[in-house]
Design a protein. Structure first.
Length: 159
């Protein structure tokens, strides 16, 4: 089962996708989060394009496990996504919430380790500082989405 993972953010949403067997998650892209209806439409476009059967939305719990304002936004986003999916011929699409505590921090650590190993696509002199900062943050969002999705995939029993 192919799944999409989402790391919702105020400005950007990281997107990851699993392989067709639903075993391995990889970062896919980053989408602008400015307009929720446009974001949902873009996600549903990806669902159709890649024949996705499941969406996993990161649920940002506090460290003590309690739900905060961001978690409420994720739950509302899930409900709106389900409604839009049913209206858009994706009635069988499953939309799940998954605890995303510390996924962004883990993604930042992975990105730092990658940079230490010399796996940089471009040096700072090859592109402006402003663009570099956005690209680094965007990469972290997509990696965080992959970590969220991988946690979900790993929790499922083997088929």
């Amino acid at each position: 089962m192919r799944c999409l993972g989402l790391d919702l953010g105020g400005r950007r949403t990281g997107v990851a996708m699993s392989d067709p067997a639903g075993i391995l998650a990889t970062p896919l892209t980053v989408l602008a989060s400015n307009d929720e209806s446009t974001l949902i439409a873009e996600i549903l476009r990806l669902v159709g394009e890649h024949k996705v059967e499941c969406i996993v939305v990161g649920l940002p719990r506090r460290l003590d496990g309690e739900l905060g304002e961001q978690a409420n936004k994720a739950m509302t986003f899930r409900e709106k996504s389900i409604s839009a999916a049913r209206q858009g011929n994706f009635a069988r699409l499953d939309v799940e919430l998954w605890d995303e505590r510390l996924s962004t921090r883990a993604a930042e650590r992975l990105k730092v380790e990658d940079n230490r190993k010399g796996n940089r696509a471009h040096s700072p002199s090859e592109r402006g500082m402003r663009r570099r900062r956005f690209s680094a943050k965007a990469g972290i969002d997509a990696i965080a989405a992959a970590l969220i999705l991988q946690g979900f995939l790993d929790s499922r029993p083997p088929e």
